[in-house]
Design a binder for this molecule. Structure first.
Ligand SMILES: [Cu+2]
Length: 112
């Protein structure tokens, strides 16, 4: 009886490990500081389901929004609060992001 429980526990652990290996989602932390978006360049693998976790840490830039023009995303960034921006599965190429007015130099996600 105890062995059966142990075996099923082991099976559950192995199954969840396998599921994690196949999971291609990725959370990427992005900060807005006096220097703009950090990091400015992010590398991901094609087919990855990407969510940006954006935290604005300064009031001294115009970036109180983040936008991803190719995804038609524009999101408010409250000070010191992390905002999730789901981009979905990314194909090969480059995705630009920047401030709400598209003035400030933003950054890019390189999918390769
Ligand atoms: Cu701006």
């Amino acid at each position: 009886m105890k062995i059966q429980i142990l075996v099923s526990l082991l099976a559950a652990v192995i199954l969840s490990a396998t599921a994690q290996a196949k999971d291609t989602s990725q959370s990427i932390e992005l900060a807005v500081t006096e220097n703009g978006f950090e990091p400015k360049s992010i590398d991901v693998k094609p087919g990855t389901d990407v969510t940006l976790k954006v935290t604005r840490k300064t009031d001294s830039t115009c970036a109180n929004q983040v936008q991803v023009p190719s995804r038609k995303i524009k999101v408010d960034l409250p000070l010191n609060k992390t905002v999730s921006v789901a981009l979905g599965k990314l194909e090969k190429g480059e995705i630009r992001f920047g401030c709400g007015m598209n003035m400030m130099e933003g950054g890019r996600i390189i999918v390769r």
